[in-house]
Design a binder for this molecule. Sequence first.
Ligand SMILES: Nc1ncnc2c1ncn2[C@@H]1O[C@H](COP(=O)(O)OP(=O)(O)OP(=O)(O)O)[C@@H](O)[C@H]1O
Ligand code: SF4
Ligand SMILES: [Mg+2]
Length: 348
Amino acid sequence: MTDEPVLAVRDLVVEYRTPAGPVRAVRGASFDLYEGESLALVGESGCGKTTLGLALLRLLPRLGSTPHGEVRYRRADGSTVDLLTMRKEQLRRFRWHEAAMVFQGAMNALNPVLRVQDQMYDTIRAHRSMSASAARKRCHEVLDMVRLEPRRVMPSYPHELSGGMRQRVLIAMALLLSPRVLVLDEPTTALDILTQRSIVDVLQELRRELGFAMVFVTHDLALAAELADRVATMYAGRIVELGDSRDVFAAPRHPYTAGLIRAVPPAVGEATEISSIPGGPPSLAALPPGCPFSVRCGLSAEVGDGDGPAGVCVQADPELTRTGERHEVACHYSDRVEFTREVVVDGV
Ligand SMILES: Nc1ncnc2c1ncn2[C@@H]1O[C@H](COP(=O)(O)OP(=O)(O)OP(=O)(O)O)[C@@H](O)[C@H]1O
Ligand code: SF4
Ligand SMILES: [Mg+2]
């Protein structure tokens, strides 16, 4: 990891137009992604994780979505460019060469009527002029990297491969043109536990060897703790906590992150400590005033003496504010968050 951000995201807002009115799926995200680091985006379904991941590569649906703000990419030569204002041809070059995405749902992301080799060749041909033999060699290399047998996998159709193999094919395809940033949307969801393990091992190994920066979306806090240098918790379209995974998992400073961690069986300690977060996330089309977590927040109720949430929580949506050297939290009472669960991060 270096001190230079490869991506600097500032006040990123993404709004979808829907028949029910505008839905603001990302509401003012600001963060840096450093070279070679791995950042996990965690949070409940519908909180905007995929939307944020797509916006980082400007892959949002062109009709019906509007991104605002800045996603500044720093090239290897040190020059920078804002992806949100990049022209189409520049953007085409940026994708796959500089940054690539592994989409949510391995089966849907592959074309079911094309052999793996044809999908891989198409990707190479669309972005780089390469002889047939060089393209074949590159496909072999990346399939080897993800521990797949090229001779078996290349002539296969997606349905002839297991879910774990398909996921690894997608990772291999994303690596074809050696990107510096990789965005992975739920890379292990819907895979059995052993297959999840092998994907995690492959990603760890690739990151060590190739040194790309990685943003990955996950519901799985154990995966985030293992694979991420830093973690960002999202709630209702906002990043509400951002910090080193060790700090965040050992001492979360946002009641929502603490709730997510309490909802997972501990790696050590008593299973009786598990508890869920009451209620569900608010509709992004009709957010309550103030902090969108206020209706579910035990801490706010405690501060408000049981008469509903504390006044400030329903009056003002808290900004992401620095609470430690590398820790930022959006909560009016972050200094009162108590967390007692002992957490094992990265085997420590
Ligand atoms: N193409 C779209 N058009 C309109 N609304 C959308 C679109 N894509 C997502 N949304 C809405 O934006 C919000 C955030 O969705 P997003 O898919 O980013 O969430 P997520 O955190 O990735 O959820 P999940 O964990 O279920 O994948 C949701 O309310 C969703 O309904
Ligand atoms: S600002 Fe208030 S409602 Fe929001 S998380 Fe903090 S204590 Fe809870
Ligand atoms: Mg998603």
